[in-house]
Structure formats: C-alpha cells, structure tokens
Design a protein around this ligand. Structure first.
Ligand code: PEP
Ligand code: MN
Length: 336
C-alpha cells in the first residue's frame, strides 16, 4: 500500500499515519519529498482498513498494491484445473455443458442427455430450483428434479450441474449434483457463497448481471476462503441499455478474467444473448476469446421449453455448432 499525503501536510499529521500503520504491525517507510510525503507500507496490507487511513488528516490518496482477492488472484499461481470426474476445466480441452434450462421430466432429460452426449457435451445441465423473475412462473421440480438428474447421470454417464439458490439446500443439492451452480442473482449472496465454500463440490459461479470483474473475483474469494478452491467462473452477460438482446455478453470478460485469475473461465451465450439465433456466433466468439468452456441451453423441442425457450437451441443445432467448434478449437490449439 502507498499513502500519498497532501501538499503542505505537517510532520505531526504524517507521524499519526505512521503510528496507525505500526499499530497494525506493518512497516511504514516514509519518503519525504520536496513537495510532499509518501508513505510506503511493507507487509500484508490486507489487514489495514483503507477507508480509515483515507479519512485521516493530511491523507490525499491511498493506493492498494495487492489485489483484494488473494486466493483467486493469478499473482504467482499457474492456471488451476477443476476436475469433475474425468472432465477437466482449465486444460487444453474446451468443456461444453449442455442441457435444458429446467428439468421438466425424466423422459425429457434422458432424451436431451443422450443427444448432447452424442455430439460431445461433457456435462449435463438442468435447473431443479429455478430463480424466476415472477413468483407465478414455473419454479422448478425441486428435489424431484434432482432425482431425475441423478438417474440421467447414471444412464448417460455425464456429470451434472444444477443451481442451488438457498443456503439451506446446499446439502440436498450436493447430494445429487456434481457441480453446484450459483446463478447471477445470487453472486453476492454471501451466506450462500460461504455455504458452498464449505462443501467439496466444484462450484460454477456465474457473474452477477451488475457485477464488475473485481466483485466477481471477490465472490469467488468468499467460496475459496471458506475452504473450497474448486471454482469455475462464468460470463453470462450483464445489464446494459441495449434491449434487443436479453443481456449484453461481455466477451472481453473472458481474456480479462484470465489476466486476473488462475481460475477456469467459461461463457454462457444462451443467457448472454437471450436469442437462439445468436447462440452459435457468440459461442464461437467466446471460444476464440479463450474460454475454457461453454454453457448452452439445448432442448429436443426448444419451443416447448418451460423456461427460456427463446434462447434454447435444438439438439440438431447443437450438433452443428459442436462440429464447427471442433474446427475452431483446432485452429487455436485447443481440443473439444
Ligand atoms: C441458468 O443457468 O439456468 C440461469 C438461471 O442462469 P443465470 O443465473 O445466469 O440467469
Ligand atoms: Mn435458463
């Protein structure tokens, strides 16, 4: 941390700041210039309260040197790999997660599961607890949906991912699911983040639709500092003034996050665009930008989906996209 004092600050004011730093057992190194004094701090600055230092007399600015997210930060760490059975996120292979928005029935999940597997999906998705905007919308099948997912995992051999919305349900969702999904609306639900942080299950953390990269990485830090280091980040679009698309997918988030963190980063072109016609080109854009995987909403009868029908692609279109992604992956030195 570096504390820049105002021009004309008295030695007494600087001394008070120096004492405050010493009180936190860190080493202040004052540099007295001709115009102003700068105090550099040696040690783990995260123990200091930036706001109280900024508020002290004579302080102009406090600059943090360390990232506030210690565990999620890339500094000094190599790319992490998150393993789900035989599937590895963060390696050379691009991992595709596919399936319907919601679990509707066993037949539906089984049929979709078989088809997406045939085309190369590595993980099956489906929501059992659905975060719907209105309380009268379909809320998901709940535990029955989890049981269906577990059955379909057995039949297809595909690991599953499903959302957990409530800290009280982390236990039950963990019992059935291979990956715990935290949805956009819950990215800053700190009790929920801490609860999934206490499990050993990999967590798919979706970016809040309002959240900065810093906030997303601090959300990941909540999970990691609770003990669970298996976190996969997902760019799923943010709210902007544009309303042709449901969200504005931030493709730059993929390489930007990869500069900031060692965690795997995937993209969700389905929620990111909200339009079926845009899923194929945006999936390719995300892969070209360096995504470690994709999350895609796929249904055998997209128009009949009980939720997110507009953005759901057919299994045939999924097959076509996977074929195109194979060529693209090869061109950028990755596999699919
Ligand atoms: C989902 O993936 O089913 C979902 C609800 O996504 P999001 O939280 O990004 O809206
Ligand atoms: Mn959905």
């Amino acid at each position: 941390m570096i504390i820049i004092m105002k021009k004309g600050t008295t030695a007494k004011q600087a001394d008070k700041v120096i004492e405050a730093v010493k009180a936190s057992k860190l080493k202040p190194v004052p540099i007295v210039g001709t115009e102003r004094t700068v105090i550099a701090i040696v040690g783990n600055e995260r123990v200091l309260h930036k706001d109280s230092l900024s508020a002290m007399d004579g302080v102009e600015k406090v600059i943090e040197v360390l990232k506030p997210y210690k565990l999620a930060s890339k500094e000094g760490k190599s790319q992490s790999k998150v393993r789900v059975g035989n599937v590895v996120f963060g390696g050379k292979e691009i991992i595709v997660i596919a399936g319907p928005c919601s679990v509707e029935s066993e037949e539906q999940m089984l049929e979709i599961g078989m088809r997406v597997k045939k085309y190369g999906a590595k993980i099956l998705r489906g929501g059992a607890f659905k975060p719907r905007t209105g309380p009268y919308d379909f809320q998901g099948l709940g535990e029955e949906g989890l049981k269906i997912l577990a059955k379909v995992r057995k039949a297809t051999g595909l690991p599953i991912v499903t959302e957990v919305m409530d800290p009280r349900y982390v236990g039950i969702v963990s019992k059935y699911s291979d990956i715990l999904q935290i949805g956009t609306r819950n990215m800053q639900n700190y009790p929920l983040l801490k609860e999934v942080g206490k499990t050993m299950k990999p967590v798919l953390l979706k970016r809040g639709m309002w959240a900065t990269y810093n906030e997303l990485l601090l959300a990941a830090e909540y999970i990691m500092s609770s003990g669970n280091r298996e976190v996969i980040l997902c760019e799923r679009g943010i709210r902007t003034f544009e309303n042709y698309t449901r969200n504005t997918i931030d493709i730059a988030a993929v390489p930007a996050l990869k500069e900031l963190t060692h965690l795997p980063v995937i993209a969700d072109p389905s929620h990111g665009t909200g339009r079926r016609s845009l899923v194929n080109p945006i999936a390719k854009a995300a892969v070209a930008a360096g995504a470690d995987g994709l999350l895609l909403e796929v249904h055998t009868h997209p128009e009949k989906s009980v939720s997110d029908a507009d953005q759901t692609i057919s299994t045939e279109d999924f097959g076509k996209l996977m074929h195109e992604l194979k060529d693209l992956s090869r061109a950028i030195g990755r596999t699919l």
